[in-house]
Design a protein. Sequence first.
Length: 275
Amino acid sequence: MRLSIRTCGFVSCMVAACATMSAVASTPNVHAGDVILEVVDGKIETGSFDGTQLSFPAQIWTQGLGVQSGLVGTNDPGFDAVSGALPNNVLAGIAIRKALRVWDDVSGDFDTIASPETITITRFGVTIETPAEDPASPDLMPELILAQTSGGSMHVHPFYTLQNPGSGGVYLLEIEVWLNAAGVEPSDPVWIVFGHNTDSDTLNEAASWVENNLLNDEPSCPADLTGSGTVDVFDLLELLGAWGASDGPPADLNGDGNVDVFDLLELLGQWGSCP
């Protein structure tokens, strides 16, 4: 079991923070441009709101960075859920999945880890920062509590700050959303493309790259280890052949850094023809 702030109890973990959040009123309102949350079939789904209509799923956001109190940053996008969309009275938070990437205008990609720039995310006086390298396992992903749900809803805006900013650039932040609720899986990746002193065309070009190279590159059937289009006994043999491995092989279906019984259960749950 992963030990983190998303799985701890109120008494054993962050008692003061949890008590503070209990006093914060959540609203059922949703704002255009925010990340909208709901739980569907035991998993967090992320969607968007254009001011008139909610759309699910959505995983890519773009956001410009301004100067606020001498900091290059923004408090958008926020994270919203309408009443009843989430379990009641549970902690909601985010985890940083990858190191911050910077857009390469020449090659037209996000293959480069930003340096010395990082992005910090702050909520309730607590700050997390994008790591220098991609976390080797989910246990090492920086995590931040956003809110405690009230009536199954929430509406919060953390503050994102670009540290060590240069004259300008486009940056890619990859996160996931989690709930401290039994039986609820974290969201799929959420990508936020931040622009600092850049034009909208470059920002949109970078977002299109994310859509074409990251969003559409997500495997629809990860347990199909042989690539046959079906999860069957040959995939089971592949998984058993990697049993015990801890270096992030394809058979690590749940992404916890190990190939074990939990990955076997994931494979059996996807048994049959891929969608």
